[in-house]
Design a protein around this ligand. Structure first.
Ligand SMILES: Cc1cc2nc3c(=O)[nH]c(=O)nc-3n(C[C@H](O)[C@H](O)[C@H](O)COP(=O)(O)O)c2cc1C
Length: 138
C-alpha cells in the first residue's frame, strides 16, 4: 500500500458549497479507484492524505496537481505502509476554518499551524501526526 500527503493553497477560498461539491467528487471517484484518505481545509489551505495502489495514487496526484482550483502543491511525505490508515474513508474531511469546541485531543498542538509546506517541511512526520489526530476523531 502506498501513501502520500501534500499541502496546497486554494486559488480562492472555498465556500461550504464548493467544499461539499469537491468532496462528493472525491468520494465517488475514489470509491471506484480504491483510494482512501483524509482531507483537511483551513484558511484557504488544503492538506490531503491519499492511499492506495502506488500507480493509482501517483496518477491521482498528477490529476490533482493539474486542478486549477488550487496551486503550490507540495508533497510532504510519501512511501509504503503495511496497511491502509484511513480504510474507512473514501475521503474523510475536516473544515478547520472555525475550530469548534469539540476538537480532538492532540489538535491543540496544531491549532496555530497553517496547513502550509513551510510549517511542516522541517519535520514532515508532523503531517502524519496531524492526519492521525483526525483519523481517531472520525
Ligand atoms: C484539494 C483537492 C483535492 C482533491 N482530491 C481528489 C481525490 O481525492 N480524488 C479525486 O478523484 N479527485 C480529487 N480532486 C479532484 C481532481 O483534482 C480532479 O478534478 C478530478 O480527479 C477529475 O479529474 P479529471 O478532470 O482529469 O478527470 C481534488 C481536487 C482538489 C482541489
Amino acid at each position: 500500500m502506498f501513501t502520500l500527503v501534500y499541502v496546497s493553497a486554494a486559488v480562492t477560498w472555498f465556500s461550504d458549497r464548493e467544499l461539499r461539491a469537491l468532496l462528493a467528487q472525491c468520494r465517488l471517484s475514489n470509491a471506484q479507484t480504491g483510494i482512501t484518505g483524509m482531507l483537511l481545509y483551513k484558511d484557504g489551505n488544503f492538506m490531503q492524505a491519499l492511499e492506495g495502489e502506488e500507480r493509482t495514487v501517483r496518477a491521482l496526484e498528477a490529476r490533482i496537481a493539474a486542478d486549477r482550483r488550487h496551486q503550490g502543491m507540495v508533497t510532504l511525505h510519501s512511501g509504503t505502509v503495511p496497511q491502509r490508515q484511513f480504510s474507512d474513508w473514501t475521503m474523510g474531511f475536516y473544515d478547520l476554518r472555525a475550530p469548534a469546541g469539540d476538537l480532538p485531543a492532540g489538535y491543540t498542538e496544531f491549532l496555530d499551524t497553517p496547513l502550509r509546506d513551510e510549517a511542516f517541511l522541517p519535520a514532515p512526520q508532523r503531517c502524519m501526526d496531524l492526519m492521525h489526530v483526525f483519523r481517531r476523531m472520525n
